[in-house]
Design a protein around this ligand. Structure first.
Ligand code: MOS
Length: 775
C-alpha cells in the first residue's frame, strides 16, 4: 500500500487519540464483562452431532441434478508462453462436456486484491485467469475439462497436448535480492521505522546478538481441500463454497460476472479448515465461468496437489535480528529486518516484523521489510502471517542474548516488557505477559531447567527446556451487520453471513447472544454461512468473533430501543429511556429498579405483534487506534534430542495465553492446542521443497509435505490468564492465530538447551543438527 495510506492511518490515530474515550467503542467497558452467563461456559460444538454423523454437508458434497465435474491442467513451466495447444483428443474423450482454455474462456477482469478496508475486495492474485497464452508461474492453470464424472474429467485432462516456449523465470530467492522492493507500508503500518541509531548502539553495547534466521515456505493443508459447486439459473448464481469470506466472495463474483449482487448467493455453512487459505482463488472464477457456458452445475474440487500448485502458502523468509543489552539486561538496540517473497500481483506482505514492534522496549530500534518479486503463485495469509515466522527469529535471538549474558531468558524478557506501545507510546488496553510467564513457569516446572546447555542427559537422550513469547494484535474488522429476530414466545434468531472453519462460530455466538439478549441458550439460534444474510466481515485476522459480537451488541441496543417504544405508556417501564433498561430474563428490566420489568411476550402481545426484527452494524473499530491492543503468550517446551541420531522428540508443550476473556473454555482450548500443533509442525517438519531451477514445488502432497501426525504430538497444556480486555467486546481478543506464534522458537531454544547447538533455520531437522555439531 501507499504513502497516502500511511498519512491517512497516521491522521486517524492522531484524531482518535484526541477524542474523549466515551465517544469511542470500548470507551466504557462492555457491561457483559465479568458477568457470569453462557459466555465462559464449557459448551461442545452445537454442530458437532451433524459433523460426526456425516449430516453436515460440505461444498463438494451438495447433490445437484445434471452436475458435471471439473479437472484442471497446470503449467509445468514457470515462465513463457503456450506454443501449441491440442484439445481434440480431450474433447473426443468419453463423457467430456467442455474443454476450457485461454482460447475459449470468457474475457474477464482481474479480481480486486483483498484489503482489510474494502469488504468487497477478496482476491489473492491479480493475475489474469485463463485470459492469454502467457505462463506466469509453475502450477498456473492452463486448461479445465468438464465431464460427466470426475474420473472422465481427469482422464480427458491427461489428453490435452500443450507445448511451451519457455522464458527465463525469476525463481531464486537470493538472486532476487538486489532488486528487492521496499514497500511504504505493511498492512496498515508504516514499513520502515527507526528510533535512535540502532546500528551504533549495537556496536557499543556490552552484549549483542546479530544473526540471520531463515524459514522455508509453508503450504496450506487444511483437512478439506478447496471446493466449489456452481449452479446458474439464468443470470442468477448459487455457489456452494468453502470460504472464509462469504459476503466478499458474493460481491466479487457479482462484479466479475456483471450481475446484480442480489442475484449471487454464496453458501458455505461448513468449512473444513481455513487458516487463511480459503479465500478467493482461480478455481472460483473457473468453475463459475464454466457453469455459465455449459448451463449446467459444475463441481470443482482441488486435488491436494492442486492446492499446493494454485493456492499460495506462507512465503519463505530470511530475517536479520540484532539485539543488544546493557549488563542489567535493558535492551539498547533491536533491529528486525529481512526479505520475503511477495510478487506485485499478490496481497500478503508476510508481516514478520510487526510483532517485534509491540513486544519489547528498546532504546534504539530499526524495522523494515523487503519484498522479492518471484514468478510464483502469490503467497497468502497463513495462520498468524508474519508473527508465526517473525517470532521464531526474534525469540531465538532473545534466547541467544540471555545465554550470552548468563541471565534467565524469562527474566531478560520481563526486564524489557513495555508499559506502553514501544513505537506509538499509546497505552496497552490490557497486557499481562509477566503473569502468563509466572503461571507458565510454575505449571511447567521451569525451575528444573539447567542454564548450562548439554548438561542433562538420560542415556543417549540429551534433555532440554526452552521458552518463547508469542504475540498477535487484536483485530476487529470494519463493517458487518447482524439481524436479530425476536418472537413473542421469547426466542431469538441472530443472523449474519458468518463463516465457521471449525472453530465453533455458531456455538460461541449463540452463547453470546443468549447473554446479550437475556435469554436462555436453548431459546437462541445463530444462522450463518449464507450471503443472503446481513454481511459479516471475512473470518480472518482472528477477528471474526469480536467483530460479530460488536454487531450483535449494536443490534441488541437497537432492539432495546424499539421494544421500549413498542412497550408504550401501558408498560411498567413507561418513561424510561433505552440507556436505563437492559435485556434480561426474557424481557426489559429497569437498571435502577429491577422490580420494574416488562416481558417480551407482554410487550409484543400488547402491540399485537408476533415478532420484531432489527438489523444493525457495529461502530467502526476505532478502539484499535485509541489503544494498543495486543495479545501475548508464554510458550514452554520440554524435549529430548538423541545424541546419536540428532532426532528431536518433544516431551511436553505448555502455553499460557493472555488473550482477554475466554468465551468458551472447551472450544478455545481446542483452537489454542491446534495452533500449538501447527507451531510444532512449523518447528520440526513443515517445509515447501521449492526447486529454484524450475520454480516448481516438489513435495506437493501430504506424503512429502510433513504435517504432524498423532504420534508426533506430545502432551500439550493450554492455559490462560483470563484477564478481560476492558476495551474490546466481551473483553475478548482473537485466539485463532496467536497459538502458533512463539512455539517454534520455544522448541529451537529447548534444542539449544539440550544440545548446545543453535539452529537458525526451520525446520529443525536432524541433518542440520548433526552438521552443526560436526562443524
Ligand atoms: Mo487468517 S491467516 O487471517 O485466516
Amino acid at each position: 500500500m501507499s504513502r497516502v495510506q500511511n498519512a491517512v492511518i497516521g491522521s486517524v490515530r492522531t484524531v482518535v487519540g484526541w477524542l474523549p474515550e466515551r465517544w469511542l467503542p470500548g470507551g466504557s467497558p462492555d457491561p457483559l464483562i465479568g458477568r457470569h452467563g453462557e459466555v465462559g461456559r464449557q459448551l461442545g460444538h452445537l454442530d458437532g452431532p451433524l459433523k460426526v454423523t456425516g449430516a453436515a454437508r460440505f461444498a463438494a458434497e451438495v447433490p445437484l441434478e445434471q452436475l458435471c465435474h471439473a479437472a484442471l491442467v497446470h503449467s509445468p513451466v514457470a515462465r513463457g508462453r503456450i506454443a501449441t495447444l491440442d484439445t481434440r483428443a480431450a474433447e473426443a474423450a468419453p463423457g467430456v462436456v467442455l474443454v476450457l482454455t485461454h482460447r475459449t474462456m470468457p474475457r474477464l477482469e482481474p479480481v480486486p486484491l483483498i484489503s482489510i478496508t474494502n469488504m468487497t475486495a477478496v482476491g489473492n492474485s491479480a493475475l489474469p485467469i485463463l485470459q492469454d497464452p502467457e505462463i506466469r508461474y509453475n502450477g498456473q492453470v492452463v486448461a479445465l475439462v468438464l465431464a460427466e464424472t470426475p474420473q472422465q474429467a481427469d482422464f480427458a485432462a491427461s489428453l490435452i497436448g500443450i507445448s511451451y516456449d519457455e522464458a527465463p523465470a525469476r525463481t531464486r530467492f537470493d538472486a532476487a535480492k538486489p532488486q528487492a522492493r521496499t514497500p511504504a507500508s505493511i498492512l496498515v503500518e508504516r514499513n520502515e521505522e527507526a528510533v535512535g541509531d540502532a546500528e551504533a548502539a549495537l556496536r557499543q553495547s556490552a552484549f549483542q546478538v546479530d544473526a540471520i534466521y531463515t524459514t522455508p515456505g509453508h503450504n496450506h493443508a487444511a483437512i478439506e481441500p478447496h471446493a466449489v459447486t456452481a449452479a446458474w439459473t439464468g443470470d442468477r448464481l448459487v455457489l456452494h463454497d468453502a470460504t472464509q469470506a462469504i459476503a466478499p466472495t458474493a460481491a466479487a463474483l457479482a462484479k466479475l460476472f456483471d450481475i446484480r449482487r442480489e442475484d449471487v448467493r454464496v453458501l458455505s455453512p461448513f468449512v473444513g479448515g481455513g487458516f487463511g487459505a480459503k479465500g478467493f482463488w482461480d478455481h472460483h472464477v473457473l468453475a463459475v465461468a464454466a457453469a455459465r457456458l455449459v448451463r449446467r452445475p459444475v463441481r470443482l474440487v482441488l486435488s491436494r496437489e492442486a492446492v499446493f500448485r494454485m493456492v499460495g502458502g506462507r512465503s519463505p523468509t530470511e530475517q536479520r535480528v540484532a539485539l543488544a543489552a546493557e549488563a542489567g539486561g535493558r535492551f539498547t538496540a533491536l533491529i528486525h529486518t529481512g526479505y520475503s517473497v511477495m510478487p506485485p500481483y499478490g496481497a500478503c506482505p508476510e508481516q514478520y516484523t510487526l510483532g517485534s514492534r509491540a513486544l519489547y522496549r528498546a532504546q534504539n530500534v530499526r524495522f523494515g521489510q523487503k519484498h522479492l518479486d518471484l514468478d510464483v503463485v502469490p503467497n497468502t495469509y497463513m495462520r498468524a502471517p508474519g508473527e508465526a515466522v517473525g517470532s521464531f527469529a526474534l525469540e531465538s535471538a532473545v534466547d541467544e542474548l540471555a545465554h550470552q549474558m548468563g541471565m534467565d531468558p524469562i527474566e531478560l524478557r520481563l526486564r524489557n516488557d513495555p508499559e506502553v506501545h514501544p513505537l506509538s507510546g499509546i497505552p496497552f488496553s490490557q497486557r499481562a505477559l509477566a503473569e502468563a510467564y509466572r503461571q507458565g513457569a510454575e505449571a511447567f516446572g521451569w525451575a528444573a531447567r539447567s542454564a548450562t546447555p548439554r548438561s542433562r542427559r538420560e542415556g543417549e537422550w540429551l534433555l532440554g527446556m526452552g521458552c518463547a513469547t508469542g504475540s498477535f494484535p487484536y483485530v476487529r474488522m470494519p463493517a458487518g451487520a447482524v439481524r436479530i429476530r425476536l418472537t413473542r414466545d421469547g426466542r431469538a434468531s441472530v443472523a449474519c453471513s458468518a463463516q465457521d472453519m471449525g472453530m465453533g462460530t455458531a456455538t460461541v455466538q449463540s452463547q453470546h447472544a443468549a447473554d446479550r439478549l437475556g435469554l436462555p441458550l436453548a431459546a437462541v439460534s445463530f444462522e450463518m454461512g449464507d450471503s443472503d444474510l446481513p454481511p459479516a466481515p471475512m473470518a480472518g485476522g482472528s477477528g471474526q468473533t469480536v467483530s460479530i459480537v460488536a454487531a450483535v451488541a449494536a443490534a441488541a441496543t437497537k432492539l432495546t430501543g424499539e421494544l421500549l417504544r413498542l412497550a408504550g405508556n401501558a408498560s411498567p417501564l413507561a418513561g424510561l429511556r433505552a440507556g436505563e433498561v437492559r435485556l434480561q430474563e426474557g424481557g426489559l428490566v429497569s437498571l435502577a429498579d429491577p422490580a420494574r420489568r416488562d416481558s417480551f411476550d407482554a410487550i409484543l402481545s400488547r402491540a399485537g405483534r408476533e415478532d420484531i426484527t432489527v438489523t444493525e452494524s457495529a461502530a467502526a473499530p476505532l478502539e484499535m487506534f485509541k489503544y494498543a491492543m495486543q495479545s501475548q503468550s508464554a510458550n514452554f517446551c520440554d524435549l529430548r534430542v538423541s545424541a546419536v541420531t540428532g532426532e528431536i522428540r518433544i516431551t511436553r508443550l505448555l502455553g499460557v495465553f493472555d488473550v482477554g476473556t475466554i468465551l468458551n473454555p472447551r472450544t478455545a482450548a481446542s483452537q489454542l492446542r491446534g495452533g500449538m500443533i501447527m507451531g510444532l509442525g512449523m518447528a520440526l517438519s513443515e517445509e515447501v521443497l521449492f526447486d529454484e531451477r524450475s520454480g516448481r514445488i516438489m513435495n506437493a502432497g501430504l506424503a512429502d509435505y510433513h504435517i504432524p501426525a498423532h504420534l508426533d504430538i506430545p502432551e500439550i497444556d493450554v492455559r490462560w490468564t483470563g484477564i478481560p480486555d476492558p476495551r474490546s467486546p466481551l473483553g475478548a481478543r482473537g485466539i485463532g492465530e496467536i497459538a502458533i506464534t512463539g512455539v517454534a522458537a520455544a522448541i529451537a531454544n529447548a534444542v539449544f538447551n539440550a544440545t548446545g547447538t543453535r539452529l537458525r533455520d526451520l525446520p529443525l531437522t536432524l541433518d542440520k543438527l548433526l552438521e552443526e555439531e560436526g562443524a
